[in-house]
Design a protein around this ligand. Sequence first.
Ligand SMILES: Cc1cc2nc3c(=O)[nH]c(=O)nc-3n(C[C@H](O)[C@H](O)[C@H](O)COP(=O)(O)O)c2cc1C
Length: 190
Amino acid sequence: MKNILVAVTGGISAYKAVDVISALKKQGYHVSAMATDSALQFVSENVLKITADRYWKHSWDDPVHIRATEPDQVDVFVVIPATANIMAKIRWGIADDLVSSTVLALPKNTLKMMFCACNTRMWENEVVQGNFQELRLKQWRGLNPVSGMLACGTEGIGKLPPTKDIVECINKWIKAETDLQTVKGYEKNN
Ligand SMILES: Cc1cc2nc3c(=O)[nH]c(=O)nc-3n(C[C@H](O)[C@H](O)[C@H](O)COP(=O)(O)O)c2cc1C
C-alpha cells in the first residue's frame, strides 16, 4: 500500500489538501493528485503539481482516469476535502469529470477514503446525510467533519479535521487493509 491518489474537490478547505499531501510524502508514500475545476478555484494547480509526486490533469486525447487507476498506480484513493456534490456523484455513479470518472475506474481492492467538509446546514441536509451513510456502507472510510468556526463565519459542524488526524486515519486504514490482505482467501466486497 504505497501509492496514494489524492483527489481534491471544491470546498474552501481545498488548500489544506496540500498539507496532507506533503505529510504523506514525508512518511514515504508515493502521492499523486488530481482536482476538480471547482477545487482549482480554491487551490492553485501549480501548488498541487509541485507538492505531489505526480499530477493528473484531464485531457480529451488521453483517458487519464484509466491510466491513473492502473493497479500499479493506486492502492489508496483519498478525496480531500470531499464536497456534498462529489458524495452525491460517487453514490450514484455519475462520472462527468476526471475525479468522478476516476472513482468508477478504481480497482476493486483499492482502499477508498473521504474527508468531507461543508457548511453546517449542507452537512445536516438529509440528502447529504443519506449519501454519506450509504458511502460508509460501501466501505468508504474516513472521519466525520468536526465542529468549529467555519469559513462562512458561523460556528458549527462541517470543518475538515486537522491534518494530523487525517494522516493518522489514513495510516490506520492502510495498516488494517494490509493486515486483512494477509488473511488467506480474503476478498473485498466493494
Ligand atoms: C465560496 C464557496 C465555498 C464552497 N465551499 C464548499 C464546501 O466547503 N463544501 C461543499 O460541499 N461545497 C462547497 N461549495 C460548493 C461547491 O464548490 C459546489 O458544489 C461545486 O459544484 C463542487 O464541485 P466539485 O464537487 O466538482 O468540486 C462552495 C462554493 C463556494 C462558492
